[in-house]
Design a protein around this ligand. Structure first.
Ligand code: NAD
Length: 390
């Protein structure tokens, strides 16, 4: 079939297998072009391994350190008539490249929040790896079923405390307009913490410890976004920010409970991923931030951020941490100079001048790339099979 992007609101409902493979290959090429990592994890578990920051973590561990990687994700398999999800194709491409490089890989597709998936992962570690020395927790999900009660929880992307009116960019209609976001009630806050907070990360570490499959010197990290004043009302101080605060609680609980595990929350910069495109205001903020950071020659995407994290902080004996023991890869984005430049542009942005003031072209290209579209060296007129086996 000939596969063209089907964009619906902030999501693309199909994906291109060849383009997704191109995206994975480019990330691998970037990692290979950098110095080999001096601190090398051996056996790495990546929870949320198929797209965005999790995929970049898997690629960095495998191709920057020669690590064996075991991944968990939740992706849709293609059929003869319907494409699979981007994460499916990314994983197929990662497997192919790992195979060529002689690297161990295994991916388990299913619900990471469930007890059953934890059991499957433990079995795979026991039979193939013995233990893991690095656990990356990179899930982004709008819902979670409690593994004990089966109760379904849905997260919200809302301000906390008061109504928030701001500018946003509608990626569907391509207009800049004002949006008023009503504050979340307590239930919505609690449910978001249940989905995106630290409880499941703790359950993973508990299950892996009880099964005795964590190495004597294991590191684990969960990813967060902190941001600054422009994004606090919808992120840092909003429902999702409350969930992210719970990661700090979980990290400290893991550190005090397990002597062999070093847990960190890592704050990463804002980038275009399937998760971030769904958050109101973020497409506008990211477009302006991209423009400013590209002008200042300090722009980074997912793979540069994660390679930098592995190379400079994550596996060091005593890395520099912030006041709540977090690793910070976001300091270039959040420094006052960059933020002041974004703040100066923000009030001036209109639908008409947005293409000049912001890097929406860059944002949109990154968005298309997430689904394997928009690569100049991929033939999008070609008839391709949507099928790709793992
Ligand atoms: P993403 O949407 O690209 O990736 C999410 C991953 O989670 C995918 O591999 C998906 O398959 C997996 N997943 C979702 N639900 C699952 C489930 N029930 N079971 C198994 N796997 C499941 O998201 P992302 O932006 O890379 O986000 C990853 C983490 O990084 C999140 O914690 C996010 O908050 C954080 N982060 C993102 C940004 C950003 O700007 N995108 C910035 C800083 C931190």
């Amino acid at each position: 079939m000939v596969i063209k992007p089907k964009i619906r609101g902030f999501i693309c409902t199909n994906a291109h297998p060849v383009g997704c493979a191109e995206s994975v290959k480019r990330q691998i090429a970037y990692v290979k072009s950098q110095a080999e990592l001096s601190d090398r994890p051996k056996n790495v578990l990546v929870i949320g391994c198929s797209t965005g920051y999790g995929m970049a973590s898997r690629i960095t561990a495998a191709f920057g350190a020669g690590a064996k990687t075991l991944g968990v994700c939740f992706e849709k398999e293609p059929t003869e008539r319907k494409t699979g999800t981007a994460g499916w194709y990314n994983t197929a491409a990662f497997h192919q490249e790992a195979e060529k490089a002689g690297l161990y890989y295994k991916t388990l597709n299913g619900d990471a929040f469930s007890h059953d998936m934890k059991k499957q992962v433990i079995e795979a570690i026991k039979s193939d790896l013995g233990s893991v020395d690095l656990v990356i927790y990179s899930l982004a999900s709008p819902r979670r079923n409690d593994p004990d009660t089966g109760e379904a929880y849905v997260s919200s992307l809302k301000p906390v405390g008061e109504t928030y009116t701001t500018k946003t960019f509608d990626t569907n209609k391509e207009i800049v307009h004002e949006v008023t976001l009503e504050p979340a009630n307590q239930d919505e806050i609690d449910n978001t913490v249940k989905v995106m907070g630290g409880e499941d990360w703790e359950l993973w570490i508990k299950a892996l410890t009880e099964a005795n499959v964590l190495s004597d010197n294991c590191t684990t990290t969960a990813y967060t976004y902190i941001g600054k004043e422009l994004t606090w009302p919808i992120y840092g101080h909003a429902t999702i920010g409350k969930a992210k605060e719970d990661l700090d609680r979980a990290s400290s609980a893991i550190n005090s409970q397990y002597q062999n595990v070093k847990a960190y929350v890592t704050s990463l910069k804002a980038v275009v991923t399937q998760a971030s495109s769904a958050i109101p205001v973020m497409p506008l903020y990211i477009s302006l931030m991209y423009q400013v950071m590209k002008d200042e020659h300090c722009h980074e995407g997912v793979i540069e951020q994660i390679y930098g994290l592995f190379n400079t902080l994550l596996l060091k004996e005593a890395p520099p941490v912030d006041e709540v023991n977090r690793l910070r890869m976001d300091t270039v984005e959040t420094n006052d100079e960059i933020q002041d430049k974004i703040k100066a542009i923000w009030p001036q942005v209109t639908t008409e001048n947005f293409p000049e003031l912001g890097d929406y072209a860059g944002y949109h290209q990154d968005f298309l790339h997430l689904f394997g579209f928009g690569f100049e060296n991929v033939d999008y007129e070609a008839d391709v099979s949507p099928l790709a086996a793992w």
